[in-house]
Design a protein around this ligand. Structure first.
Ligand code: CMC
Length: 376
Protein backbone atom coordinates (compact mmCIF):
# COMPACT_ATOMS: atom_id res chain seq x y z
CA UNK A 1 0.00 0.00 0.00
CA UNK A 2 1.42 3.37 -0.93
CA UNK A 3 1.58 6.15 1.64
CA UNK A 4 -0.78 9.00 0.70
CA UNK A 5 0.51 12.58 0.63
CA UNK A 6 0.22 13.49 4.32
CA UNK A 7 0.77 17.12 5.31
CA UNK A 8 1.57 16.78 9.00
CA UNK A 9 0.27 19.84 10.85
CA UNK A 10 -1.68 20.58 7.64
CA UNK A 11 1.38 22.61 6.53
CA UNK A 12 0.61 24.45 3.32
CA UNK A 13 -2.92 22.99 3.04
CA UNK A 14 -5.54 25.45 1.80
CA UNK A 15 -8.63 24.19 3.63
CA UNK A 16 -11.31 26.66 2.43
CA UNK A 17 -11.89 30.15 1.13
CA UNK A 18 -12.30 33.12 3.51
CA UNK A 19 -13.04 36.83 3.04
CA UNK A 20 -12.15 37.84 6.60
CA UNK A 21 -8.40 38.37 6.42
CA UNK A 22 -5.50 37.76 4.06
CA UNK A 23 -2.17 36.45 5.33
CA UNK A 24 0.59 37.14 2.79
CA UNK A 25 3.84 35.30 3.52
CA UNK A 26 5.55 36.79 0.44
CA UNK A 27 5.32 40.28 1.97
CA UNK A 28 4.97 39.17 5.62
CA UNK A 29 1.77 41.16 5.72
CA UNK A 30 -1.81 40.85 6.92
CA UNK A 31 -5.02 42.65 5.93
CA UNK A 32 -8.43 42.54 7.63
CA UNK A 33 -11.16 42.88 4.98
CA UNK A 34 -8.54 44.49 2.72
CA UNK A 35 -7.07 46.98 5.21
CA UNK A 36 -3.44 46.55 6.39
CA UNK A 37 -3.53 45.58 10.06
CA UNK A 38 -0.87 48.13 11.04
CA UNK A 39 -2.97 50.97 9.51
CA UNK A 40 -6.05 49.79 11.39
CA UNK A 41 -4.05 49.59 14.63
CA UNK A 42 -2.78 53.18 14.28
CA UNK A 43 -5.92 54.84 12.94
CA UNK A 44 -8.92 52.94 14.28
CA UNK A 45 -10.21 51.90 17.69
CA UNK A 46 -10.62 48.20 18.45
CA UNK A 47 -14.42 48.69 18.33
CA UNK A 48 -14.12 49.89 14.71
CA UNK A 49 -12.01 46.83 13.90
CA UNK A 50 -14.54 44.49 15.54
CA UNK A 51 -17.30 46.10 13.46
CA UNK A 52 -15.15 45.73 10.33
CA UNK A 53 -14.45 42.04 10.95
CA UNK A 54 -18.13 41.28 11.54
CA UNK A 55 -19.61 43.45 8.80
CA UNK A 56 -16.99 43.66 6.08
CA UNK A 57 -16.81 47.49 6.12
CA UNK A 58 -15.63 50.12 8.60
CA UNK A 59 -18.47 51.83 10.49
CA UNK A 60 -19.50 55.44 9.91
CA UNK A 61 -19.89 57.65 13.00
CA UNK A 62 -23.51 56.64 13.61
CA UNK A 63 -22.84 52.92 13.14
CA UNK A 64 -19.86 53.12 15.50
CA UNK A 65 -21.90 54.92 18.16
CA UNK A 66 -24.60 52.22 17.95
CA UNK A 67 -21.99 49.46 18.10
CA UNK A 68 -20.29 51.02 21.15
CA UNK A 69 -23.62 51.50 22.92
CA UNK A 70 -24.62 47.92 22.33
CA UNK A 71 -21.28 46.50 23.50
CA UNK A 72 -21.03 48.77 26.54
CA UNK A 73 -24.60 47.98 27.57
CA UNK A 74 -24.02 44.22 27.76
CA UNK A 75 -20.85 44.00 29.86
CA UNK A 76 -22.48 42.96 33.13
CA UNK A 77 -22.42 39.30 34.22
CA UNK A 78 -25.38 37.57 35.85
CA UNK A 79 -25.25 36.99 39.63
CA UNK A 80 -25.20 33.23 38.84
CA UNK A 81 -22.05 33.54 36.72
CA UNK A 82 -20.36 35.78 39.30
CA UNK A 83 -21.08 33.10 41.89
CA UNK A 84 -19.64 30.36 39.65
CA UNK A 85 -16.51 32.47 39.11
CA UNK A 86 -16.11 32.94 42.87
CA UNK A 87 -16.23 29.13 43.21
CA UNK A 88 -13.30 28.58 40.80
CA UNK A 89 -10.15 27.18 42.46
CA UNK A 90 -7.95 30.12 43.51
CA UNK A 91 -4.97 28.77 41.58
CA UNK A 92 -6.91 28.00 38.37
CA UNK A 93 -5.21 29.27 35.22
CA UNK A 94 -7.09 32.33 33.90
CA UNK A 95 -7.44 30.62 30.48
CA UNK A 96 -9.24 27.72 32.18
CA UNK A 97 -11.35 30.27 34.07
CA UNK A 98 -12.43 32.16 30.94
CA UNK A 99 -13.01 28.88 29.06
CA UNK A 100 -15.36 27.75 31.83
CA UNK A 101 -17.06 31.15 32.14
CA UNK A 102 -17.78 31.21 28.38
CA UNK A 103 -19.18 27.69 28.59
CA UNK A 104 -21.51 28.83 31.39
CA UNK A 105 -22.50 31.93 29.36
CA UNK A 106 -23.55 29.51 26.62
CA UNK A 107 -26.05 27.81 28.93
CA UNK A 108 -27.34 31.15 30.20
CA UNK A 109 -27.65 32.72 26.78
CA UNK A 110 -31.24 33.78 26.01
CA UNK A 111 -30.86 32.34 22.49
CA UNK A 112 -28.84 29.26 23.47
CA UNK A 113 -30.63 26.90 21.09
CA UNK A 114 -30.74 29.30 18.13
CA UNK A 115 -27.84 28.86 15.70
CA UNK A 116 -29.26 31.18 13.02
CA UNK A 117 -26.97 33.94 11.74
CA UNK A 118 -28.87 36.83 13.39
CA UNK A 119 -28.80 35.02 16.75
CA UNK A 120 -25.10 34.15 16.31
CA UNK A 121 -24.31 37.82 15.66
CA UNK A 122 -26.16 38.86 18.83
CA UNK A 123 -24.34 36.15 20.80
CA UNK A 124 -20.98 37.35 19.43
CA UNK A 125 -21.76 40.88 20.68
CA UNK A 126 -22.69 39.52 24.12
CA UNK A 127 -19.44 37.53 24.25
CA UNK A 128 -17.35 40.52 23.16
CA UNK A 129 -18.99 42.59 25.91
CA UNK A 130 -18.87 40.02 28.71
CA UNK A 131 -15.52 38.25 28.21
CA UNK A 132 -13.42 41.11 29.71
CA UNK A 133 -15.77 41.31 32.71
CA UNK A 134 -15.39 37.57 33.30
CA UNK A 135 -11.58 37.63 32.83
CA UNK A 136 -11.27 40.48 35.33
CA UNK A 137 -13.73 38.98 37.83
CA UNK A 138 -11.88 35.64 37.83
CA UNK A 139 -8.52 37.39 38.15
CA UNK A 140 -9.70 39.50 41.07
CA UNK A 141 -11.39 36.51 42.75
CA UNK A 142 -8.08 34.61 42.59
CA UNK A 143 -6.59 37.46 44.65
CA UNK A 144 -9.50 37.56 47.10
CA UNK A 145 -10.88 40.77 45.56
CA UNK A 146 -14.48 41.57 44.59
CA UNK A 147 -15.47 41.98 40.95
CA UNK A 148 -15.81 45.56 39.70
CA UNK A 149 -19.12 46.55 38.07
CA UNK A 150 -18.59 47.57 34.42
CA UNK A 151 -18.83 51.26 33.54
CA UNK A 152 -20.65 51.67 30.20
CA UNK A 153 -19.22 55.18 29.70
CA UNK A 154 -15.75 53.71 29.04
CA UNK A 155 -14.36 52.48 25.71
CA UNK A 156 -13.61 48.77 25.36
CA UNK A 157 -9.89 49.30 26.09
CA UNK A 158 -10.49 51.70 28.99
CA UNK A 159 -13.06 49.32 30.44
CA UNK A 160 -10.58 46.43 30.49
CA UNK A 161 -8.21 48.39 32.75
CA UNK A 162 -11.10 49.57 34.91
CA UNK A 163 -12.41 46.03 35.38
CA UNK A 164 -8.97 44.65 36.32
CA UNK A 165 -7.49 47.53 38.36
CA UNK A 166 -10.44 49.77 39.24
CA UNK A 167 -8.91 52.68 37.33
CA UNK A 168 -8.09 53.80 33.81
CA UNK A 169 -4.44 54.68 33.09
CA UNK A 170 -3.14 57.59 31.00
CA UNK A 171 -4.20 57.75 27.31
CA UNK A 172 -0.82 56.49 25.93
CA UNK A 173 -1.23 53.27 27.90
CA UNK A 174 -4.84 52.80 26.79
CA UNK A 175 -3.80 53.43 23.16
CA UNK A 176 -1.00 50.84 23.35
CA UNK A 177 -3.47 48.31 24.73
CA UNK A 178 -6.06 49.17 22.07
CA UNK A 179 -3.38 48.70 19.37
CA UNK A 180 -2.54 45.25 20.75
CA UNK A 181 -6.23 44.26 20.62
CA UNK A 182 -6.41 45.20 16.94
CA UNK A 183 -3.20 43.32 16.13
CA UNK A 184 -4.47 40.19 17.92
CA UNK A 185 -8.02 40.30 16.50
CA UNK A 186 -7.74 38.01 13.48
CA UNK A 187 -5.27 35.80 11.65
CA UNK A 188 -6.77 33.45 9.05
CA UNK A 189 -6.86 29.70 9.68
CA UNK A 190 -4.68 29.67 12.80
CA UNK A 191 -5.16 26.69 15.17
CA UNK A 192 -7.85 28.23 17.41
CA UNK A 193 -9.85 29.68 14.51
CA UNK A 194 -9.68 26.40 12.60
CA UNK A 195 -10.85 24.64 15.78
CA UNK A 196 -13.79 27.05 16.04
CA UNK A 197 -14.66 26.48 12.37
CA UNK A 198 -14.44 22.70 12.80
CA UNK A 199 -16.87 22.84 15.72
CA UNK A 200 -19.17 25.14 13.74
CA UNK A 201 -19.08 22.75 10.78
CA UNK A 202 -20.98 20.15 12.83
CA UNK A 203 -23.86 22.59 13.35
CA UNK A 204 -22.86 23.35 16.94
CA UNK A 205 -23.36 26.80 18.50
CA UNK A 206 -21.05 29.83 18.81
CA UNK A 207 -20.31 29.34 22.51
CA UNK A 208 -19.13 25.77 21.85
CA UNK A 209 -16.89 26.99 19.03
CA UNK A 210 -15.43 29.72 21.26
CA UNK A 211 -14.82 27.32 24.16
CA UNK A 212 -12.85 25.14 21.72
CA UNK A 213 -11.01 28.18 20.40
CA UNK A 214 -9.98 29.21 23.92
CA UNK A 215 -8.76 25.68 24.68
CA UNK A 216 -6.60 25.74 21.54
CA UNK A 217 -5.31 29.26 22.18
CA UNK A 218 -3.99 28.33 25.63
CA UNK A 219 -1.16 26.20 24.26
CA UNK A 220 2.37 27.66 24.28
CA UNK A 221 2.81 27.09 20.53
CA UNK A 222 -0.17 29.42 19.97
CA UNK A 223 -1.49 32.20 22.24
CA UNK A 224 0.25 30.93 25.35
CA UNK A 225 3.50 32.22 23.82
CA UNK A 226 2.89 35.81 25.02
CA UNK A 227 3.01 34.59 28.63
CA UNK A 228 5.99 32.35 27.91
CA UNK A 229 7.90 35.35 26.48
CA UNK A 230 7.53 37.33 29.70
CA UNK A 231 8.52 34.33 31.82
CA UNK A 232 11.60 34.03 29.62
CA UNK A 233 12.51 37.73 29.99
CA UNK A 234 11.98 37.52 33.76
CA UNK A 235 14.23 34.46 33.92
CA UNK A 236 16.99 36.25 31.98
CA UNK A 237 16.57 39.15 34.40
CA UNK A 238 19.02 41.65 32.88
CA UNK A 239 20.18 42.60 29.38
CA UNK A 240 23.80 41.61 30.10
CA UNK A 241 22.70 37.98 30.43
CA UNK A 242 20.53 37.81 27.28
CA UNK A 243 23.07 36.55 24.74
CA UNK A 244 24.59 33.97 27.07
CA UNK A 245 21.12 32.74 28.06
CA UNK A 246 20.12 32.39 24.42
CA UNK A 247 23.27 30.38 23.69
CA UNK A 248 22.28 27.90 26.41
CA UNK A 249 18.88 27.52 24.71
CA UNK A 250 20.63 26.83 21.40
CA UNK A 251 22.91 24.27 23.13
CA UNK A 252 19.82 22.43 24.41
CA UNK A 253 18.09 22.76 21.02
CA UNK A 254 15.22 24.37 22.93
CA UNK A 255 12.49 26.56 21.44
CA UNK A 256 12.76 30.27 22.08
CA UNK A 257 9.26 31.58 22.73
CA UNK A 258 7.92 34.47 20.68
CA UNK A 259 10.01 33.53 17.66
CA UNK A 260 9.10 31.73 14.47
CA UNK A 261 5.82 31.41 12.63
CA UNK A 262 4.13 28.75 10.54
CA UNK A 263 3.32 31.18 7.72
CA UNK A 264 5.68 34.17 8.04
CA UNK A 265 9.26 33.02 7.63
CA UNK A 266 10.80 36.49 7.12
CA UNK A 267 9.13 38.57 9.82
CA UNK A 268 5.62 39.46 10.96
CA UNK A 269 4.09 42.80 9.91
CA UNK A 270 2.44 43.21 13.32
CA UNK A 271 5.77 43.20 15.15
CA UNK A 272 7.15 46.68 14.27
CA UNK A 273 3.90 48.37 15.36
CA UNK A 274 3.66 46.43 18.63
CA UNK A 275 7.37 46.96 19.32
CA UNK A 276 6.96 50.73 18.92
CA UNK A 277 4.10 50.78 21.41
CA UNK A 278 6.00 48.50 23.81
CA UNK A 279 8.90 51.00 23.62
CA UNK A 280 6.44 53.78 24.49
CA UNK A 281 5.31 51.78 27.52
CA UNK A 282 8.94 51.39 28.61
CA UNK A 283 9.29 55.20 28.41
CA UNK A 284 6.06 55.82 30.33
CA UNK A 285 7.04 53.38 33.08
CA UNK A 286 10.73 54.41 33.02
CA UNK A 287 11.94 50.81 32.73
CA UNK A 288 14.03 50.11 29.61
CA UNK A 289 15.30 46.73 30.78
CA UNK A 290 12.78 44.47 29.02
CA UNK A 291 12.95 46.22 25.67
CA UNK A 292 16.75 46.29 25.77
CA UNK A 293 16.76 42.55 26.47
CA UNK A 294 14.24 42.04 23.66
CA UNK A 295 16.40 43.98 21.22
CA UNK A 296 19.44 41.82 22.05
CA UNK A 297 17.47 38.56 21.80
CA UNK A 298 15.89 39.49 18.46
CA UNK A 299 19.26 40.52 17.01
CA UNK A 300 20.94 37.33 18.13
CA UNK A 301 18.07 35.07 16.94
CA UNK A 302 18.26 36.67 13.52
CA UNK A 303 22.06 36.49 13.31
CA UNK A 304 22.42 32.91 14.56
CA UNK A 305 19.18 31.20 13.45
CA UNK A 306 17.65 33.55 10.90
CA UNK A 307 14.37 33.38 12.84
CA UNK A 308 12.23 36.51 13.32
CA UNK A 309 10.01 37.44 16.29
CA UNK A 310 6.22 37.04 16.12
CA UNK A 311 3.57 39.33 17.69
CA UNK A 312 3.80 37.60 21.07
CA UNK A 313 7.40 38.77 21.47
CA UNK A 314 6.68 42.52 21.87
CA UNK A 315 3.17 41.93 23.31
CA UNK A 316 4.56 40.08 26.36
CA UNK A 317 6.73 42.93 27.72
CA UNK A 318 4.13 45.53 26.61
CA UNK A 319 1.44 43.91 28.79
CA UNK A 320 3.90 43.59 31.68
CA UNK A 321 4.76 47.29 31.42
CA UNK A 322 1.01 48.11 31.36
CA UNK A 323 0.82 46.46 34.78
CA UNK A 324 -0.93 43.18 33.93
CA UNK A 325 0.05 39.96 35.71
CA UNK A 326 1.55 37.40 33.31
CA UNK A 327 -1.38 34.89 33.50
CA UNK A 328 -3.69 37.60 32.10
CA UNK A 329 -1.77 37.93 28.82
CA UNK A 330 -3.40 35.05 26.94
CA UNK A 331 -6.91 35.91 28.24
CA UNK A 332 -6.36 39.40 26.77
CA UNK A 333 -5.69 37.63 23.45
CA UNK A 334 -9.12 35.90 23.93
CA UNK A 335 -10.84 39.27 24.58
CA UNK A 336 -9.54 40.38 21.18
CA UNK A 337 -9.68 37.17 19.09
CA UNK A 338 -13.37 36.64 19.95
CA UNK A 339 -13.94 39.05 17.05
CA UNK A 340 -12.00 36.95 14.51
CA UNK A 341 -13.40 33.66 15.81
CA UNK A 342 -16.99 34.94 15.50
CA UNK A 343 -16.40 36.32 11.99
CA UNK A 344 -15.12 32.88 10.94
CA UNK A 345 -17.98 31.04 12.67
CA UNK A 346 -20.49 33.20 10.77
CA UNK A 347 -18.59 32.63 7.49
CA UNK A 348 -18.32 28.86 8.05
CA UNK A 349 -22.02 28.49 8.91
CA UNK A 350 -23.11 30.56 5.90
CA UNK A 351 -21.50 28.12 3.45
CA UNK A 352 -21.01 25.00 5.52
CA UNK A 353 -19.63 21.59 4.78
CA UNK A 354 -18.73 19.23 7.65
CA UNK A 355 -14.94 19.34 8.24
CA UNK A 356 -13.93 15.70 8.29
CA UNK A 357 -10.48 14.77 6.91
CA UNK A 358 -9.00 11.27 6.64
CA UNK A 359 -6.13 9.51 8.39
CA UNK A 360 -3.73 6.94 7.00
CA UNK A 361 -3.88 3.86 9.27
CA UNK A 362 -0.54 2.55 10.60
CA UNK A 363 -1.76 0.32 13.46
CA UNK A 364 -1.97 -3.48 13.87
CA UNK A 365 -3.15 -5.49 10.86
CA UNK A 366 -6.67 -6.93 11.02
CA UNK A 367 -7.06 -9.83 13.50
CA UNK A 368 -9.79 -11.75 15.37
CA UNK A 369 -10.83 -11.05 18.97
CA UNK A 370 -9.34 -13.74 21.27
CA UNK A 371 -11.44 -15.18 24.15
CA UNK A 372 -10.47 -13.80 27.61
CA UNK A 373 -8.66 -17.03 28.61
CA UNK A 374 -6.32 -16.75 25.63
CA UNK A 375 -5.19 -13.15 26.32
CA UNK A 376 -1.71 -12.67 27.76
N1 CMC B 1 13.03 28.73 18.60
C1 CMC B 1 13.99 27.94 18.10
N2 CMC B 1 13.91 27.31 16.92
C2 CMC B 1 12.81 27.49 16.21
C3 CMC B 1 11.75 28.31 16.65
C4 CMC B 1 11.90 28.93 17.90
N3 CMC B 1 10.93 29.71 18.40
N4 CMC B 1 10.77 28.31 15.75
C5 CMC B 1 11.17 27.52 14.72
N5 CMC B 1 12.40 27.04 15.02
C6 CMC B 1 13.17 26.13 14.17
C7 CMC B 1 12.58 24.75 14.24
O1 CMC B 1 13.11 24.00 15.32
C8 CMC B 1 12.96 24.18 12.91
O2 CMC B 1 14.30 23.79 12.95
P1 CMC B 1 14.79 22.43 12.22
O3 CMC B 1 14.50 22.67 10.76
O4 CMC B 1 16.22 22.35 12.58
O5 CMC B 1 13.95 21.34 12.81
C9 CMC B 1 12.87 25.38 11.98
O6 CMC B 1 13.03 26.53 12.82
C10 CMC B 1 11.55 25.48 11.24
O7 CMC B 1 10.47 25.59 12.14
P2 CMC B 1 9.19 24.62 12.16
O8 CMC B 1 9.19 23.80 13.43
O9 CMC B 1 9.06 23.90 10.87
O10 CMC B 1 8.02 25.68 12.26
P3 CMC B 1 6.48 25.36 12.45
O11 CMC B 1 5.79 26.10 11.38
O12 CMC B 1 6.16 23.92 12.58
O13 CMC B 1 6.20 26.01 13.89
C11 CMC B 1 5.84 27.61 15.58
C12 CMC B 1 5.84 27.32 14.06
C13 CMC B 1 5.23 28.97 15.84
C14 CMC B 1 5.02 26.53 16.30
C15 CMC B 1 7.29 27.58 16.09
O14 CMC B 1 8.04 28.59 15.43
C16 CMC B 1 7.38 27.76 17.59
O15 CMC B 1 7.22 26.79 18.33
N6 CMC B 1 7.66 29.01 18.10
C17 CMC B 1 7.70 29.29 19.49
C18 CMC B 1 6.29 29.46 20.06
C19 CMC B 1 5.64 30.74 19.63
O16 CMC B 1 6.22 31.82 19.72
N7 CMC B 1 4.37 30.64 19.20
C20 CMC B 1 3.57 31.79 18.79
C21 CMC B 1 3.28 31.75 17.34
S1 CMC B 1 2.68 33.32 16.75
C22 CMC B 1 0.98 33.17 16.64
C23 CMC B 1 0.29 33.02 17.94
O17 CMC B 1 0.50 33.83 18.85
O18 CMC B 1 -0.50 32.11 18.02
Amino acid sequence: ETQPDIRKGLVGVVADVSAVSKVMPETNSLTYRGYPVQDLAENCSFEEVAYLLWNGELPNAGQLADFRREEAGQRALTPALLEVIRAFPRDAHPMDAIRTAVSFMGMEDPEAADTSEPATRRKAMRLLAKIPTAIAAAHRASKGLDAIAPDPSLTFAESFFHLVFGKVPQPEVVKAFDVSLTLYAEHGFNASTFTARTITSTGADLHGAVVGGIAALKGPLHGGANEAVMHMLAEIGEPARAVEWLQSRFDHRALVMGFGHRVYKNGDSRVPTMTRYAEKMAEVVGDRRWMEMSRLLAGEMLAKKNIHPNLDFPAGPAYHLMGFDIPLFTPIFVASRITGWSAHVIEQAADNRLIRPLSHYTGATQRSVPPMAERG
